[in-house]
Design a protein around this ligand. Structure first.
Ligand code: GAR
Length: 266
């Protein structure tokens, strides 16, 4: 029998991608076992899917944590191992021209929520963390505590656009409103930026003149449900290799980007 990887998932909403991964694990299309489903939103419909399949679930209610901090900022207690300068130097979510105090407030608030997330995940060791419609930004504080091997990132996300176009919270809507003739979805590793990590795979669909925002989303989701389990299976088979690719910038500066190669199946 093939060894199964342990998959942890984080969701915020309906969880149709979560369901696709559960189904793929159960049918054997993906050599994985889902070990937890976590949500930032107590009302996420996906939590019920976990209950239906006997998968442990938990909630870290980001909204109430953020609200609590807003109401009593003097009570902010950053985690003991929190290092603001480390986070500021790593993060690429906000440009350097942004208001540093705002960035700091964001980082500390999220790290407080992320400690709770890490604590909730702690009882369930996992090999891969799958973000399936998780609509919260993860900071370097959380990412570094999950990605403990610098050579093998292990947090993946599915995004509703052909990245790097249209990062953010409404990929299909942005694609449609721009008048694109092709839409798509992307599976990528998480890095310190917004939807900017190394791309694992993408799928595309045609957008016709009679398409609507709803029909575009429907086309996209149908592809997501195929693509995500496929990528997770590549991870399970050890076929996803992240390599460093040097290149020269327009100004002739030597730079480096991390890119993914999918190794052939053995
Ligand atoms: C999916 O379209 C996913 O790509 C998107 O949220 C939806 C979740 O649907 N994720 C993001 O936008 C992440 N930035 P689901 O809850 O039915 O899987």
């Amino acid at each position: 029998m093939k060894k199964k990887i342990r998959i942890g998932t984080l969701i915020s909403g309906g969880g149709t991608n979560l369901q696709a991964v559960i189904d793929a694990c159960q049918s054997g299309r993906t050599d994985g076992e889902m070990v937890f489903i976590g949500s930032d939103n107590p009302d996420a419909r996906g939590l019920k899917r976990g209950d239906e399949h006997g998968i442990p679930t938990f909630v870290v209610d980001y909204r109430s944590i953020i609200q609590g901090i807003r109401e009593a900022p003097e009570k902010i207690m950053p985690p003991d191992d929190f290092n603001m300068n480390d986070l500021l130097s790593k993060q690429t979510l906000f440009p350097w021209s942004s208001d540093v105090e705002k960035i700091k407030a964001f980082m500390v608030t999220r790290a407080i929520a992320e400690v709770k997330l890490l604590e909730a995940m702690n009882p369930y060791p996992f090999d891969l963390l799958v973000l399936a419609g998780f609509m919260r930004t993860l900071t370097p504080y959380f990412i570094d505590r999950v990605n403990t091997d610098p050579h093998q990132p292990r947090i993946i996300n599915i995004h509703p656009s052909i990245l790097p176009a249209f990062p953010g919270t409404d990929g299909y809507g942005d694609t449609f409103r721009y008048g694109c003739k092709i839409g798509g979805c992307t599976v990528h590793f998480i890095d310190y930026g917004e939807d900017s990590g190394p791309i694992i795979a993408q799928k595309a669909f045609q957008i016709e003149d009679n398409d609507t925002p709803d029909s575009v989303t429907k086309k996209g989701l149908n592809l997501e449900w195929e693509l995500y389990p496929e990528c997770i299976q590549w991870f399970a088979e050890g076929r996803i290799k992240v390599i460093r690719m040097p290149y020269s910038s327009e100004k002739g500066r030597k730079k480096e980007r991390r890119v993914v190669k999918i190794l052939p199946s053995r």
